[in-house]
Design a protein around this ligand. Structure first.
Ligand code: MN
Length: 150
């Protein structure tokens, strides 16, 4: 994983807060595999951005806006995990790796459509199995570029 960005922090803080009721810099540095110094720097940056309230020696917590964003980012993560799992993209670890790579590019305001699709898939396994087992349409195969690009 490259250096975790702001969204990874907000997502991790959301998860920690849900699990334990609070999050500390040491928890964050553990979960995100970064130094406590980097974690603390980002916490101060999120404080300045109005997403966390931070008091030296007393830890930090979400503002209303931070909480809203953290929740959405975690939701996005979970929906993408469920979608790629249904697509049989590999082991749990494989799926996680792909999601960590693509999630930041998916607009959180479009989550509803994606969630509807995932729910439909999960509730119609026969329909989905039929899709998974279907070959690529022949005309589509022909249209695909052959070999390496010129
Ligand atoms: Mn994530």
């Amino acid at each position: 994983m490259s250096t975790p960005g702001q969204e990874d922090y907000l997502e991790a803080i959301w998860v920690l807060t849900e699990q334990k009721g609070y999050a500390r810099v040491t928890d964050l540095s553990e979960v995100l595999a970064i130094s406590p110094a980097s974690a603390s720097k980002m916490v101060r940056r999120l404080h300045e951005a109005g997403l966390l309230t931070y008091e030296r020696y007393r830890g930090f917590s979400f503002t209303g806006e931070g909480k809203k964003q953290g929740r959405l980012l975690y939701l996005r993560h979970r929906i993408l995990v469920r979608l790629l799992t249904q697509l049989e993209m590999g082991s749990e670890a494989d799926v996680l790796k792909i999601v960590e790579g693509i999630e930041h590019h998916f607009d959180v305001t479009r989550l509803d459509q994606l969630e509807r699709l995932v729910l439909y898939i999960e509730r119609h396994p026969g329909w989905w199995r039929k899709f998974l087992d279907s070959p690529m349409p022949a005309d589509e195969q022909e249209r695909r570029p052959q070999g390496p690009p010129p």
